[in-house]
Write a protein that binds this ligand. Sequence first.
Ligand code: SAH
Length: 359
Amino acid sequence: MESAALRDIILRVAEKNPLTIAQYMELALQHPEYGYYRHSDPLGADGDFVTAPEISQMFGETIALWCLKTWRQMGEPPEFILCELGPGRGTMMADIMRLSVQAEGFRKACRVILVESNASLRERQDKALVEHHPRWVDHLSALPELPAIILANEFFDALPVRQFIHHETGWSEIRVGVQDGALAWVMGRPAPSAAMLLSETQRKLPVGAIAEISPQAQDVMRQAAAHIAEHSGAVLAIDYGYETPGGNPTFQALEKHRAADPLGDPGHADLTAHVDFSALAAIAAQAGLRPWPLLEQGEFLRRLGLAQRREQLGEQATPEQKQDIAAAYHRLTAPEAMGTLFKVFCAVSDAKITPAGWE
Ligand code: SAH
């Protein structure tokens, strides 16, 4: 029912004027009534995908360690913002706050602030974090004027992208239109204005290449970087993505853990695109931050002591729990699982801060 209603809405709009993929994603994911991220909890084994914090508490605990070390390098500000973008069920933040009992100063100093568009997930986050009095803001521009550590796990990949294809005669945008009563891809004419939106690296891609940009991801990073540049701090973003645009499309749909047709079931499939970290790094640098080289998730977690964490947890575990812990370690770090596809991006405000994992 619901998805048919949303499809009809999108068909009506796209029939008049083909939509950019970003406009299509925005409707499919964020439509106030039927959008994917507005009405459901997509996470977990019975949802469409499982994220690192949901795989094991070891993930959030490792991020906790990173936050603590960063706070120390920031000079232990007596009041600072610990902000998470798209916190899902609030699991990672809850794991961070649980571990932070080991550092009373950190726990006292931090103000937990969340950015979340899904009302039912906000409720879950509220329950998971009630003792830490979280607050929500709609935009990072509304953060209080304090130093900040801004975290994002699998957030940037949910933000809408636009796609452009390189023809002999220039670049044109790929849009979503209507053909024979169904949603279909349509290709516009090459236009100089399309090429102007792309980065220099993207413009050099060969004929046939497809370039993606996410204006919204860039806006969020611009706001995060502006805040941190002014008030000091760091941003840590973990996601699947790439260091340099390679010319392959990455916009995709996932439904019940399987690849699906991105135009097939708007509102019911998760739509994502790989994150262009080079674009985010350029924005951070423009704002005066120092972006560090991308790390692979497996490498980052190992450098922060995930193996020791696994040993510690294993000490009190039953044989069955030990197996689960070993399986989770594998999923988080192995190259054939999340270890190399997922990347860790970090940018900091201050030359004195060498973030943990990059020493
Ligand atoms: N970080 C969590 C959840 C990842 S799923 C985890 O790792 O488990 C993506 C999250 O971002 C969800 O909480 C989703 O509701 C939120 N989200 C997606 N698009 C958003 C937007 N435009 N603004 C705010 N939150 C958004």
